[in-house]
Ligand binder design. Structure first.
Ligand code: GLC
Length: 664
């Protein structure tokens, strides 16, 4: 192979065969000439030596013969970004290298919000740091804020320009300034990186539509239905209701000004990019490093499962997805080791685990991934008042690599899809189909006696799937109880929300508090009157922040918002004081003598921790023998601060009671 790296000073050198042996090669001295400062050169070369082989291997797996030429371009991109990395971020790089487990620490608390709905604009967020501090937030995910297309844009997931901020939210400089302020308070800025698709109005798509062959090759465009139909035979539909099918006809996308079918997995205006084109890889690396230098510390890799297409498959979770992530990760580590990746892969557990780096990818892909199953099981157990399925699902989960971290949540900006496998259901004595139907009925408010108020999202008549939209508090019964002034109902719904959050904060990982849930905010039906939001009922759970309620919550601890907020503060504090919750340790579901109660065991070197969660509305007399078996004769409850001695045969668990017991 013959790769010439142009160092911008007229010299070039073949780097491909010798990358593994960097520092002792001619290449090293050539690369050195790209630096004014010897120490900078050392830093870059040491990191290249460390991660370069990984980058080369990953690129080769995906791009074969084209990899050497790509690497050439990537080195340029990396050098450029390295030179432009601001001093405070370089310092953060060093700090993170000394604390590689920063995302696993029990004091990590995430908060997820839409900039405009939370604080008007980026400037406004700077004025809300006190509020975030009140919840000990250390990780702030601001929902998509890069410049989207105008009109409908899937909540910002149709990006028109990755190097500009949505104008009404501020500028790139405002973003950097905010990131700096956040960093000063120990809060990491998290942004979405939408890498499966761009807006139809993105420059690349515009150029493709203008007939530029270079940019047509950035997308998957077909002249007729032959290929699309062949793919469709095995592709699922993500938005069967408002964007059926996976391809969209575009009058200008074809060759020589003709029309063409464009791959659009999500909405018709979201054009899937073609990652088999090495140029696309280079563009995205450039974007990542640009944003990292603006102060973004964690990238949420949006819809990552979909980026590689393969005929005859569902075109999700293909092996190339992991090699691509690994290559992006290696290159990012060379320039900006402070940065972490979070995979948004809402896929089956056996697939999900690969996003955290199992087998050959161990420690080399994302640092974090959403634990979608945990979220689904929380709502499933709440409806059925039975944790058998929860336990079965967790027990069947492949083990998490020790270096990785779960993103844990009760609700997020998306719908809840009932990702429950037939096998797990069968082991719990349930019929998968019937249980999923029950959950949709329950949470859309049609099941007799249900407490929930939710909306059906994307009914798919072909599969019978009915996903659910709704704020946690409305799904947990608060909306209905407030309407009828049912005091018991109000308390019970708050108890349910408190239980869900106790599991989320007690599981080990980064809890992602979804804006408004800390105040038990309800569904916002106002979206129905906004033309851009009306077709997509996920907006029912994307309300404007209620600052009056936030104020009330801090002073009136008896109001529903106050009860929720106080409980979260308690959980946050208890969590920070419980080193057993370090995310390197896994939570395992263990056998519970009472199906209403979930038992999660953590084997930390400091001692065993047991999470006890009563998912029913009943008092449970729980046999202490089941606790003794794991904890010995006594334990401390980190939530109540009390000590428990297991002398009596049973211990009383009030409805929806949570305990975090640690061995004494
Ligand atoms: C992710 C986002 C979702 C969006 C989709 C397409 O799943 O969470 O809101 O619709 O990606 O970008």
């Amino acid at each position: 192979m013959n790769l010439d790296t142009d160092l911008g000073n007229g010299s070039s050198i073949c780097i491909w065969p010798i990358l593994g042996d960097m520092l002792h090669t001619e290449l090293a001295s050539h690369l050195r000439t790209a630096f004014d400062d010897d120490r900078d050169a050392d830093t870059f070369l040491l990191r290249l030596e460390r991660y370069g082989p990984d980058l080369v291997e990953s690129l080769t797996q995906v791009y074969g013969d084209q990899a050497p030429a790509l690497l050439d371009g990537l080195i340029e991109v990396m050098l450029h970004a390295f030179h432009n990395r601001p001093p405070d971020l370089r310092r953060l790089d060093e700090a993170r290298l000394l604390r590689p487990d920063w995302l696993q620490s029990p004091d990590m608390i995430g908060y997820v919000a839409y900039t405009d709905r939370f604080a008007g604009n980026l400037q406004g967020v700077r004025g809300k740091l006190d509020y975030l501090r009140g919840l000990s937030v250390k990780y702030l995910h601001l929902m998509p804020l890069l410049k989207p297309r105008e009109g409908e844009n899937d909540g910002g997931y149709a990006v028109q320009d990755y190097r500009a901020v949505r104008p009404d939210l501020g500028s790139m400089d405002d973003l950097s300034a905010l990131a700096r302020d956040l960093r000063g308070q120990g809060i990491s800025l998290v942004l979405d990186l939408v890498l499966n698709h761009v807006a139809r109005e993105h420059e690349w798509a515009e150029k493709a539509r203008a007939g530029d062959p270079r940019y047509r090759a950035y997308f998957h465009i077909y002249p007729d239905r032959t290929q699309p139909d062949a793919f469709e035979a095995t592709l699922p539909e993500v938005f069967p209701d408002f964007a059926p099918g996976n391809f969209t006809w575009d009058d200008a996308a074809g060759e020589n000004g003709a029309g063409g079918w464009v791959w659009t997995t999500f909405n018709t205006y979201q054009w899937d990019v073609n990652w088999s084109n090495p140029q696309v890889f280079q563009e995205f690396l450039d974007i990542i490093l640009y944003l990292a230098n603006r102060g973004v510390e964690v990238f949420r890799l949006d819809a990552i499962a979909f980026i590689w297409k393969r005929l005859g498959t569902d075109s999700q979770n293909q092996p190339e997805v992991h090699w691509l992530t690994r290559a992006l990760r290696a290159a990012t580590r060379i320039v900006a080791p402070a940065v972490a990746f979070k995979a948004e892969a809402i896929v089956a557990p056996a697939q999900l685990i690969h996003y955290l780096g199992s087998r050959v990818h161990h420690g080399k892909v994302s640092d974090m991934a959403y634990h979608n199953s945990l979220m689904v099981q929380l709502w499933s157990s709440l409806a059925s008042r039975d944790t058998t399925l929860f336990r079965e699902a967790l027990q069947a989960f492949p083990p998490k690599p020790a270096t990785a971290t779960w993103g844990l949540y009760a609700r997020c900006h998306d719908d809840i899809g009932w990702a429950i496998s037939d096998e797990d259901a069968a082991r719990a004595g349930l019929n998968g189909d019937a249980h999923r139907r029950f959950l949709s009925d329950f949470y859309s408010g049609t099941f007799p006696g249900t407490f929930a108020r939710g909306l059906v999202f994307q009914y798919n008549p072909a599969t019978g799937d009915r996903r659910i939209s709704g704020m946690a508090a409305s799904l947990a019964g608060l909306e209905a109880a407030l309407e009828t002034g049912d005091e018991v109902g109000i308390s019970t719904s708050i108890a349910r929300l408190r239980l869900l959050h106790a599991v989320v904060l007690g599981f080990g990982g980064v809890p992602l508090l979804y804006m408004g849930d800390e105040l038990a905010m309800l569904n916002d039906y106002g979206f129905e009157t906004e033309p851009e939001h009306a077709p997509d009922n996920r907006w029912v759970h994307r309300p404007q922040m209620n600052w009056t309620l936030a104020e009330q919550a801090r002073h009136d601890v008896n109001s529903p918002a106050g009860r929720m907020y106080a409980w979260l503060q308690k959980l946050v504090q208890a969590r920070a004081a419980t080193p057993h919750l370090h995310a390197s340790v896994e939570s395992r579901a263990v056998h519970s003598p009472d199906n209403r109660v979930l038992m999660l065991r953590r084997d930390h070197p400091l001692g065993t921790m047991l999470g006890i969660y009563n998912f029913s509305h009943e008092d449970v007399s729980f046999p202490t023998s089941a606790l003794r078996e794991h904890l010995g004769e006594q334990a401390e409850d980190r939530l109540s601060g009390g000590r428990l001695t297991f002398a009596r045969p049973t211990v009383r668990l009030e409805p929806y009671r949570a305990m975090w017991l640690t061995e004494l």
